[in-house]
Every structure is written in C-alpha cells, then in structure tokens.
Design a binder for this molecule. Structure first.
Ligand SMILES: [Zn+2]
Length: 330
C-alpha cells in the first residue's frame, strides 16, 4: 500500500500515524511576542478526510475545550483513516481575559472569512481559514450559551444540505436545529467553500457541564465514525441507544414581562405545552409581578440562569419539533 504523505502545517511536518502540537502564529501581541493559536494535528496512518474541531471562538465558552481534550485522548492516529485538526481555543485573547469578544470588542464569529489587513479579529479569522478550513473537508464548531444562558446540547446546521444532515444525524445530539447561516460566522464562510459544518451548542459560558461535554465528545466521535476516520462502535452494543435527535426548525424565546426575580420550572430538554405555567417573577419584597406560561408546544432548548431579570429579558427558549415523516403501514 502506498505510504500516506506527511501533513505540512505552518512549518511543521507531521508523519502519518503521529500527533503534533503546533503553535499557529496568528498575529503579534503588544509585547512583540507572537499571538499563537494552539493546534493539535492528528495525522492518521491511512488516507481519509480531514476534519477540524474547534472550540472557544467565543473566549468564555469553555465546554468545547474539554470536549477537544477528551477527543484527543480518545483518538490514536496510528489507527485513523484521515486527519483530525483540533483547535481548543480560537479566540486566544478572549480566553485569556475571560471575555466572549476580542480585545477590540469585536465578535470573532462575525469576522469571517476575515482579511489580512483588517482588525485583529479579522486577521485571526483569515489565518484560521487559510490554515485550518482550506485543508479540511468537514468542520465542527463547539459553542455554549452566552450571557448566563444555558443550552440543551443541540446541533445547529443547514439540515437541507444532504451531507450536513447526514453528519448532524450521526452526531446524535438530543436536538438538531435547522439554522440559516449568519453573515460573518465561521460556519457561513466554510459553507461558501462547500465544507459541511456542524455547530454544537451546549451548556453555558465559564462552566463545565458534564452532560454537554459528554454528549459533545460522543457526538464528535460519532461523526468521525460516520466519515470512517475511526471504527464505529459495534452495533451489538446495547448500551448505545438508537438515533434519536429531534429535528426542530423554529423556536421562540419567552421574555420577562416585568423586571424582578424569576423562577423557572422546566429544565433543559423538558417538553412543554402551550399555556402551561412555566415560572413566575417576584419583586424583592415577595410580591408576584408576573406568571409565565408557555406560548407554544415544544421542547426547552435554552434557559436563563440569572434570576435577576429586566423587563424584556429572554428567559426560556422553546423549539418546535418537526413531526417525523409518515411511515407507510401496510
Ligand atoms: Zn459561541
């Protein structure tokens, strides 16, 4: 069998069957030292596709960093068919300063595909596109809720695209949400290059959430198995439930009609019915200001975790499942 060529990435040569840790220089700090993005390149011994998995495009979204750590621990490039590029932290300045955004307050995920001469965020986006996306076939972008909001583990992707849908089903998160691309996002920029991208949302910023991390790790490995980079788990494994991702195409936030202290009763993943009481808002003296009811049937995919709310704040995110296709019964 022909020996697989080595991977050349940012001046580093990675032999088949080996892992390399690469500090990808994406700019300069004010000190003059390089601004380096960590990349773990796992170059499988046998030929196959290249998949990137990135976390922390938003600097405070750390569940994905732990997912990436577990993926690395689970993979052995000597047994892989293809290449996996792990980028645990894309927004390095945001991660270091504990913020979602770049130091210039720009959202990196609105700065793609970026430019060589633009803002700092735009330059980092460009470097990520040139070094990671251009050489990959498929991407997985790991996120969490923001601003004290927690998300049920869910895939957001273009479910109308056949290849993307196949991978979203394979990931097998509790929910998969059809989502249009947002201008400036990594997903939109990669999609323009015909690379299927799954965006995984789970948990909240600055917290490790075991369910979010475990589901994310399992999901990435499921996708790698679907792409035949790794062996699938034996079908006889009865601990593995059948594919069960609920498809949703619309969702709605419930907003606080009054400012105050909110109590919410459903938890992530709960089914709610239209008109069902889902919480209440009190003032600081204990007077009830508002009762919250579900505006629609659906599944709870996001919730506010900050009890102090202003009038109009989004407190509960409810998605409407698509009815499964009718199956012909004889
Ligand atoms: Zn995010």
């Amino acid at each position: 069998m022909r020996r697989r060529p080595p991977l050349e990435l940012a001046g580093t040569t990675v032999s088949p069957g080996r892992t390399a840790e690469i500090d990808l220089e994406v700019g300069r700090l004010v000190t003059g030292s390089p601004l380096a993005m960590p990349v773990i390149a796992m170059h499988g011994r046998a030929d196959g596709p290249t998949i990137w998995v990135n976390a922390a495009i938003h600097g405070d979204e750390i569940n994905g960093i732990e997912v990436v750590r577990r993926i690395r621990a689970a993979l052995d490039p000597r047994r892989m068919r293809g290449t996996v590029l792990l980028v645990p932290v894309v927004n390095v300045p945001g991660f270091m300063t504990g913020t979602r955004y770049f130091p210039d307050r720009r959202d990196l995920n609105r700065s793609f595909p970026g430019s060589r001469n633009g803002s700092q965020a735009s330059r980092v986006a460009r470097a990520f596109m040139n070094t990671i996306v251009d050489r990959s076939d498929v991407g997985i972008d790991l996120h969490t809720g923001s601003g004290h909001r927690a998300n049920l583990p869910q895939i957001r992707a273009d479910l109308d695209d056949t290849d993307t849908r196949r991978l979203a089903l394979a990931f097998d998160a509790p929910v998969m949400m059809h989502a249009a691309n947002r201008d400036g996002s990594l997903r939109a920029a990669a999609t323009k290059l015909d690379k299927p991208v799954l965006l995984y949302e789970a948990g909240e910023a600055w917290r490790f959430d075991e369910a979010a991390i475990a589901t994310g790790t399992r999901g990435v490995l499921n996708v790698l198995a679907e792409l035949d980079v790794i062996d699938a788990e034996p079908e006889s494994d009865s601990s593995r439930p059948p594919l069960h991702s609920v498809e949703c195409r619309s969702s709605q936030w419930v907003r606080a009609r009054r400012g105050g202290l909110v109590s919410l009763w459903p938890v992530l993943g709960d089914q709610v019915l239209r008109g069902q009481p889902i919480g209440q808002i009190h003032d600081t003296r204990g007077k009830r200001l508002s009762r919250l009811t579900a505006p629609t049937d659906g599944i709870v995919i996001g919730e506010n975790r900050d009890p102090v709310v202003n009038q109009g704040d989004a407190v509960l995110h409810i998605a409407q499942p698509v009815p499964p296709p009718e199956t012909d019964t004889p």
